[in-house]
Design a protein. Sequence first.
Length: 265
Amino acid sequence: MVAFGSLWIADLNGDAVTRIDAATGRVLATVSVTPGPVSVTATATGIWAADYNGSTISKIDPATNAVVQTATVGPKPVSIVLAGTTLWVFNQGNGSASLVDAATGAIAGTVSLAVSAGFATLSGGLIWVPDFQGSSHQVVAVDPATRQVVRHVTAGSTPVNVSFAAGSGWTGNGADDTVTRFDPSTGAVQAIIHLPADADNVLATPDAVWVTSYMGNMLFRIDPARNAIAASLTLGSEPNGIVQQGDQLWISESGSNDVVQVSPS
């Protein structure tokens, strides 16, 4: 993710979060955290890492590049979403969300969702959660005000994350090599785009939808006007996370422990 003028990359195997200067690609800091950080999110005062193997989340102070706080959550926390003043931590191990006060780190509650989450995101006032390791083949939308599921989207098998642009939601389905496009206002499926390899993380922008293929070592560009692949690029080993900074894409590669910069043009 991009925050505090830097890229922040969770290193699951290295038990660390890496801070990178997006202008130069130089590593600014490597911050050790509790075991298995798998994702990060930002608040006004810091970076929180979901420690998948530690059942905790860790707060990093960007001024010192040091962990200043931890909070114990549910088993296998996989993603964190900031909704108002509350961190929603989605626990893959038991299908719950731990609610954490973003200012104090205190546990504010637990919500049972029966969703084995992938990487969730906030859009349109709702938190969109893919049932990554579950059997429902769905993305669910949770209203953080009521703590209730208010929308269901039929996706493919193992939906990984959700991204929004061009008036639609987009989710990559890793086990059936597809991307699902849906209407956020109704949850209705608008298109299913087939890929020649697995679909991992999706980044939707106004003029293109970018999809990494973890097993295929590829990056695909989907044209939202045609719901079809417009271009592809061979990458390194096991590309997964993808973010945009300015006019550049940054992609983390788990197999090589590299972060690569790609020009969309």
